[in-house]
Every structure is written in C-alpha cells, then in structure tokens.
Design a protein around this ligand. Structure first.
Ligand SMILES: [Zn+2]
Length: 384
C-alpha cells in the first residue's frame, strides 16, 4: 500500500475541491468522530477524498519528481543530483550468506531522497561522483524512520549523467529531527539538538596511515592486518553527554567529528595527547553549549545502553533558524508508527540489514572492537 502523508492528502483535496484547509480539517475531525476513533486521520482523509470523487494517486507513469515519491511504490523512475555517497557495507544475511549495501542521497528541485543499493547495484559506486546526475528506473520505495527511501534491486537501473536530463537548483538534504527520548535502536540519519552536559577527555589510538584502521602494537612495531608493520598515525574519539530536556544520551565523536566539535585541527588536538590536563579548559568552554548533531544510534551491548554516533557536527547552530524549523515541523509532522506493518513483503534483504549508512567504516570497526574488548581497545568508552 502506498502511504500518502496527511498533509499531502489535504493539499490534494484542497486543490481539487476548492475547500479550505480549515474545512477539510473539520471534515476529517467529523469523520473520525463518526467512526468512533476507529480510523486514523489519514484514513478519514482518504474516505473524504473518495466521497468527493478525488483521486489521490494519479496513474503515475514515467518520471516522478522527488516530492511525489511515496512509500510503497514500485517501478519508480526519477532523476536527481547526487548529494552524498556512502561506502559499501558488507553484512551477513540471516541465512549466513554475504550481502552488500550502500546508499546515496539524490535531490531535485522539489526535494531529496535516500537511495539504497543492494548487492550488485553497489557496483555503480565506482563510477559515481557527487553532483553527478542519475536517472533511476524500476526502483521501489519503502519507509524508514518516517521517511521514504528508494531501493534498488537487480531489476533496477541507474544511468549516470544521462543525455537530455538537466536539473535546476536542487533542494538540500535535511535529516529527521528527533528528541532523545524518541530515539530507537537502528535509527539512522537522525538529527539532535541539545546542550552539552558533560565532556570526557579525548582518547587517542594508533591507526594505519594507509587504510585508517586501528593497528595493534606488537614487539616488532605497529601491525595493520592489511599493510603489516606501519608507522602509525593517531586518531581520537571523544564522548559527551547531550541533554535536550527530553532525556540525555552519550554522543560519540570520532576524528573528523572531534575536530568539528572543538573547532580545532588535528595538530592542535594531538597536543592533548601528551598534556591531557590542558583539555580541562576546552571542556569548560564546551559545557552548556547548544549543538546540533546528525548521526545514528548504536546499542552499546557492554553497557546495555543506546549511544549516538555522530556523523555531522554543527557546533554553533543558528537559534533563530532552529526555532523556525521547529514551528514548521510541528505543523506538518504527522507520524504514524503503527501504519502498514506488512508492507515490506517483497524486500528479501531488508530484515537482516545492519547499519546501512556508514561513511566511516573504519571508525565503525573501532567501536565494534570496543564492544568485544572493553579494557584498552575502545578509548572513551571506559570512563563511566
Ligand atoms: Zn592498513
């Protein structure tokens, strides 16, 4: 079943019937009361559209603009400009076989959408760059975290920079804002806005200069599983407790994110390795700051708690912009968690997917190692 957001149904009814939004809302209210709460607002809006003879879904053949792509569609065709590309993540399906998944975000003049590539479809990544235009055909859509995603399987096709397809200025991608209390396991690409309540000292660890993976110290030097004995570089991780008044959560910042949070370069941060006492001042400066972070949740099995792994850090969000955004979102955000539980029937790989979107696979490796060997392997996790 294709899921149309309530705001879009109302808009469509308004367009076709000439009724005002207010009138439509009161009809919806009447209808839900009439049906003694047995129908959702969306359901009531569908019934009203039906009664007025308004077709909510046009027969959509051919190319769709991104704002018109809805969850539950098949055979989706669209064109967008590539905004972000992830790395390919290997995972194991429930039957033990190996799978691969990668994703990208594409945008057109009307919106942006995440595109998830399964299996052989990840092969296009080697030819793909940011700002390429892609034409997708025969994709299907699903809902994830209240957002629609396009998925590509072996029947789907992606054309890179097809002739005759041009796009104007595209809409930038924005993540879904959540409250900390609303976070769930496997939430991905979520945005939090909160106050820094506590900051822990950064932990430093050796990585391979070629592949950025963590190296192990042996008698003969630092050993990378791929590159043997290497002369290591240092990476770092920092944890902070973030409070957004709904709850608090531990946020984990890795190298690039630490640099963005502290607004310092690598050289400066490495100075704290030998003189951690000098970090006190930095810590004090950070406490009470409001930050915006985008990332995903991670279940720390060792401590049995949910953590937030940051991918993007905005150390000084514009408060006006945030308030405007909150206002806007509270007007249109009609979530419906209980909707259509059976909608994924033809998506074989979906149930066993691990973290889909990982731009920093090396860092993931670190946090996973940490779960196994808490004592030394995972800097920053042991300080509670
Ligand atoms: Zn290496």
């Amino acid at each position: 079943m294709i899921k149309i957001p309530l705001s879009q149904i109302i808009e469509k009814i308004r367009e076709k019937s000439g009724l005002s939004e207010e009138e439509i809302n009161s009809k919806i209210k009447q209808k839900t009361e009439q049906l003694s709460g047995l129908v959702s607002q969306e359901g009531a809006a569908h019934i009203i559209a039906n009664e007025l003879g308004i077709k909510l879904l046009e027969e959509s053949h051919g190319k769709l603009q991104i704002k018109n792509i809805l969850a539950g569609m098949r055979d989706v065709e669209t064109v967008g400009k590539v905004q972000q590309i992830s790395q390919i993540t290997d995972f194991q399906r429930q039957d033990g076989s190996a799978g691969q998944v990668a994703n990208m975000v594409i945008a057109d003049e009307t919106g942006s959408i995440r595109v998830v590539m399964w299996g052989a479809q990840t092969g296009i990544l080697k030819d793909l760059k940011e700002n390429d235009t892609v034409k997708i055909t025969a994709g299907y859509t699903r809902e994830n975290n209240n957002r629609t995603e396009i998925h590509l399987n072996e029947k789907s096709n992606v054309e890179i920079n097809p002739e005759g397809e041009t796009l104007g200025e595209v809409k930038e991608y924005s993540s879904a804002r959540k409250k900390i209390s609303e976070l769930k396991e496997n939430d991905n690409d979520v945005e939090l806005l909160g106050t820094i309540l506590q900051v822990f000292e950064p932990r430093f660890f050796e990585v391979c200069p070629q592949c950025n993976k963590r190296v192990r110290q042996r008698d003969d030097g630092f050993f990378c599983e791929k590159h043997n004995i290497v002369s290591p570089e240092y990476s770092y991780v920092l944890n902070a407790i973030i409070d957004d008044s709904s709850e608090t959560i531990r946020a984990v910042f890795f190298r690039k994110q630490v640099e963005d949070l502290l607004e310092m370069d690598q050289q400066k941060i490495l100075e704290y390795r030998n003189s951690p006492e000098r970090f006190e001042e930095v810590k004090n400066d950070l406490l009470g700051n409001i930050i915006k972070i985008i990332g995903r949740t991670n279940k720390n099995e060792l401590f049995d708690r949910l953590e937030f792994v940051t991918r993007l850090v905005f150390p000084k969000p514009d408060p006006k912009e945030e308030i405007e955004r909150l206002k806007k979102e509270s007007g249109t955000h009609e979530t419906q968690d209980d909707a259509t539980p059976g909608k994924t029937e033809d998506v074989p790989e979906s149930s066993s997917v691990p973290q889909e979107e990982e731009s920093k696979v090396t860092e993931e490796t670190i946090s996973e190692q940490g779960a196994e060997e808490p004592s030394k392997k995972l800097p920053g996790y042991e300080d509670l």
